[in-house]
Design a protein around this ligand. Structure first.
Ligand SMILES: [Zn+2]
Length: 300
């Protein structure tokens, strides 16, 4: 998004969600406010990449029972047989030369699909569905492997991720004869607790939802005021009459206070009911017959 912002020369408002494809590579759905041509988007995507300049990991130095040992005196790891001290993280970085390649390069694939969508349209609801569909799930739970080949693919990925260094401080660097950054006793290759190694993250340890600060241009207080105004308008009540109504947050000691889970469920239920009531009112206003599905609640 930074590249897009640089290209366009102004702040982009966006909401994006990361989810896996069937082959488990991540892909991203992005809602962008405003109009940007497909040509510009293609150019920005083609020019966007990320390089990770880390030491090479093509040679396994320690494996199985052959593991480096911690030396308290020097606060470093040593080869248990030769007593050799491995390069520190900074030394290993300094050893990367002009001729070397980055350890990882991440770039976008060929697939790209941009659609113009109008606010409030059926298409907009469909796109919001795409953006939010998998957000309550772990990234690995979005697709269930359907064949033996797919199961093996998931296992191979988990095996590979186990020994892939996830960060400069990852214990896996020891496997390749390099001291991790800030080494400490007890580090063991293949046992790093980093999210990227866990099967349920599919190697993706970053945020699943990316939102620009200026998505709505409103603060939380603005949103609360909006909701209050909407509610008062719907109920046809004088929102500004302090003689009749006072507003205060519900406290845990109040009799009608609900747990967060219950409140969330109730909010979801309310939203579904409001949406149905609103759709129904719109249909009536247009002189259309009642919607059988939503009237019986089947669509919910
Ligand atoms: Zn790690």
């Amino acid at each position: 998004m930074q590249n897009l912002r640089r290209y366009c020369g102004y702040d982009i408002q966006y909401f994006a969600a990361i989810e896996p494809q069937r082959r488990l590579a991540p892909h991203v759905h992005i809602a962008i406010r405003g109009t940007i041509s497909r040509k510009e988007l293609r150019e920005v995507i083609a020019a966007t990449y990320h390089q990770v300049w880390w030491p090479p990991i093509d040679q396994v130095v320690f494996d199985g029972g052959h593991l480096p040992v911690w030396d308290d005196k020097s606060s470093t790891y040593l080869d248990p047989i030769t007593g050799e001290v491995f390069p520190t993280w900074d030394d290993a970085l300094d050893a990367i030369g002009d001729e070397d390649e980055p350890l990882h390069v991440a770039r976008f694939g060929d697939r790209f699909d941009a659609q113009g969508v109008l606010v409030g349209s059926r298409d907009a609801s469909r796109c919001i569905g795409y953006l939010t569909k998998y957000l309550t799930k772990n990234v690995a739970d979005c697709h269930t492997p359907g064949t033996d080949a797919q199961v093996r693919h998931v296992e191979r990925l988990a095996d590979t991720l186990r020994y892939e260094p996830c960060s400069p401080t990852c214990a896996n660097w020891l496997r390749y004869g390099i001291q991790p950054k800030n080494p400490k006793p007890g580090m063991m290759p293949g046992r790093c607790k980093g999210k990227a190694h866990r099967a349920d993250h599919l190697g993706y340890a970053g945020r699943r939802v990316l939102v620009s600060r200026k998505w709505s241009g409103k603060t939380l207080a603005d949103h609360r005021a909006d909701r209050k105004a909407w509610l008062m308008a719907m109920l046809d009540l004088p929102a500004t009459d302090p003689q009749r109504y006072t507003w205060e947050p519900v406290k845990p000691s109040d009799a009608d206070h609900l747990s967060t889970a219950h409140r969330l469920l109730r909010v979801v239920g309310d939203r579904i009911r409001w949406r149905q009531a609103l759709d129904e009112a719109r249909r009536r206003a247009q002189g259309l017959p009642p919607d059988e599905l939503s009237a019986t609640g089947v669509a919910a």
